[in-house]
Design a protein around this ligand. Structure first.
Ligand code: ADP
Length: 555
């Protein structure tokens, strides 16, 4: 072998910084020398050999050649077979065949094998230069073409990877496409989470990793780059033991979250260009795997939430059912004792009744929610008078209003406002809203209850609690019932949450008051079955106004 450095390096045609490197093979040493000298003068790097077997070794070695310039007839191996071997290693290498006998058969074969050029001996040195230049230009085009095709393939696979949300499916897609690209016979994808690794895809399915294989994974994780390791048994598939592996780390957000390992014999390791493509693929896969793992965690958390929600509903169903019977016994006998007793005993019985009544309200909320959940809630439309509804709610809270020295105003239209709705349900809604206004308004504060008819609801810019349904837009008139207080108010971020079941604003102020966190959930659901809309305007420390609007069906 004889290396010839260029006299004036010329830029590489494939866009890299190195000069094009040409391998000259001819069994006549002086031909090798002449060609090498000419090429060197033209600015190329050249390596020569008269031995075709040595040429095959050189072509499969570390050094990459841009062009093979070979004689056709050589002892031991023809130039065409050498060209074939060269293409096996590098599908884009440019090839020029030199021959003294440019027979039609030779030309036909070389065209069939995709060989770039044919140079008839004897040739002028200018002819050699022109041929080389032309072949290298074709090679640059071919490389670009191959690059685009592999990019297209990559894009296709990366699209598949990024749309896969199941980690094991994603790993198996990555593995199969990497095996296909590399031609390796076995492969593994390991997922790495919190320092622990596990196999998430293995092909063939019964392939096993040998002890030394673990070191390959560790190196890929530590070095965060691809590597080829060989020389000892790394993995086994049945009777095949593979001694070499190509490994690449999967990364996302600077963290290694997996490793791809491809195993085969040392001679079957992917070419550097294929390695580059696989590394690109692992880059996509790292990000996609992270997304898939996050999605898996989110799904598990969502499932846990759903389980919790189901448990809550079951709890409501069981508790409401199991409490009802004993409670009616307590309330029934409590009433009897209260009515038949006097003095201290009468007072005690009154307290028992008040406590029992409170429990009944909680159980009633639970029962309402249960019926709303199961769709068993019946709406009984009947004429309702706005003033009676308000009076009914106030009556229930009379004692608490007086005790907290709250001032209560009511504003009603001059003409009695009668409309069709479910009397019991509207009273329940107003009672809940008034009870909250009383609870969350400091001593001496003010509460206003208003009723009116309006032609469009809700006003722009308010927080609407109930979903806006088609009838919300189509109803022409609305009965609007408002409960306004000068209490502690509700911050903007809490406004949407307080209508969730069991939700209570976590503040020492609210914790001073009793409650289950079910009242507003009942309000919201009942308003919905009545075809109504609920909205809220509030500001922390500046009081709240809860408004219920019901379609105005004149009574
Ligand atoms: P409860 O009153 O039983 O806690 P609700 O579902 O009726 O349950 O109310 C949920 C939470 O919303 C209350 O705990 C309170 O934090 C907040 N809230 C409701 N009404 C008002 C109000 N008028 N002013 C201030 N906060 C309120």
């Amino acid at each position: 072998m004889n290396d010839v450095a260029p006299q004036q390096p010329r830029p590489s045609l494939n866009g890299t910084a190195s000069v094009p490197h040409i391998l000259v093979v001819d069994d006549e040493q002086h031909m090798c020398d002449i060609c090498a000298r000419t090429l060197r003068r033209s600015g190329y790097a050249a390596t020569t050999t008269s031995d075709p077997a040595e040429a095959v070794r050189l072509l499969s070695g570390e050094q990459r050649f841009d062009l093979l310039l070979t004689d056709i007839k050589m002892p031991g191996m023809s130039g065409l077979d050498l060209a074939y071997a060269a293409r096996e290693h590098d599908p884009s290498i440019a090839i020029i065949i030199m021959t003294g006998f440019a027979s039609f058969e030779n030309i036909h074969q070389s065209v069939q094998r995709g060989i770039a050029d044919f140079l008839s001996k004897p040739f002028e040195l200018e002819q050699l230069q022109a041929s080389v230049e032309q072949a290298l230009a074709k090679r640059a085009l071919l490389r670009e073409n191959l690059r685009l095709r592999s990019l297209e393939k990559l894009l296709d696979v990366s699209e598949q990877l990024t749309t896969t949300l199941e980690p094991s499916e994603l790993a198996s897609k990555l593995l199969h496409s990497a095996l296909q690209q590399s031609g390796c016979r076995a492969g593994f994808v390991l997922g790495i989470q919190d320092g622990a690794s596990e196999f998430i895809a293995v092909w063939p399915t019964d392939a096993v990793f040998l002890e030394a294989g673990n070191a390959v994974v560790q190196r890929a994780v530590d070095e965060r780059q691809s590597l080829v390791i060989g020389g000892q048994p790394l993995c086994q598939d049945g009777e095949h033991v593979f001694n070499a592996a190509f490994a690449a780390a999967l990364q996302a957000h600077g963290e290694v979250n997996g490793v791809l390992v491809l195993c085969d014999e040392a001679t079957q390791m992917p070419l550097p260009s294929v390695q580059e493509e696989i590394v690109l693929l692992t880059n996509y896969a790292g990000a996609a795997l992270r997304n898939a793992l996050l999605h898996q965690q989110l799904s598990a958390a969502y499932q846990r939430l759903q389980d919790l929600d189901r448990l809550k509903s079951e709890f409501i169903a069981i508790a409401s059912h199991e409490l009802r019977t004993p409670l009616s016994i307590v309330l029934g006998y409590g009433l009897m004792i209260r009515d038949r007793s006097a003095g201290d005993e009468h007072e005690y019985a009154k307290r028992v009744m008040e406590g029992g009544q409170r429990i009944k309200e909680i159980v009633d909320d639970m029962v309402s929610l249960r019926y709303l959940d199961t769709g068993e809630t019946q709406v009984a439309l009947q004429p309702c008078a706005a003033d009676e509804l308000i009076a009914g709610a106030v009556e229930r809270m009379q004692f608490a209003i007086a005790e907290r020295q709250l001032q209560l105003d009511t504003e009603l239209p001059q003409q009695p406002l009668i409309f069709k709705s479910d009397h019991e349900k509207v009273t329940l809604i107003l009672s809940h809203l008034l009870s909250n206004a009383v609870k969350f308004t400091p001593r001496g504060g003010q509460i206003s209850m208003r009723a009116s008819v309006q032609s469009s609801v809700p006003p722009v810019g308010v927080y609407v609690v109930t979903p806006i349904q088609p009838h919300t837009l189509s109803a022409t008139k609305w009965v609007v019932l408002e409960v306004q207080d000068t209490g502690i108010g509700i911050s903007e971020q809490e406004q949407s949450r307080i209508f969730e079941r069991f939700y209570q604003v976590a503040s020492s102020l609210t914790r001073d008051h009793g409650g289950t966190g079910l009242g507003l959930a009942v309000v919201r659901e009942l308003a919905l079955v009545l075809g109504g809309v609920v909205w809220l305007t509030s500001q922390a420390q500046h009081g709240s106004t809860f408004t219920l609007a019901l379609p105005y069906l004149p009574g």
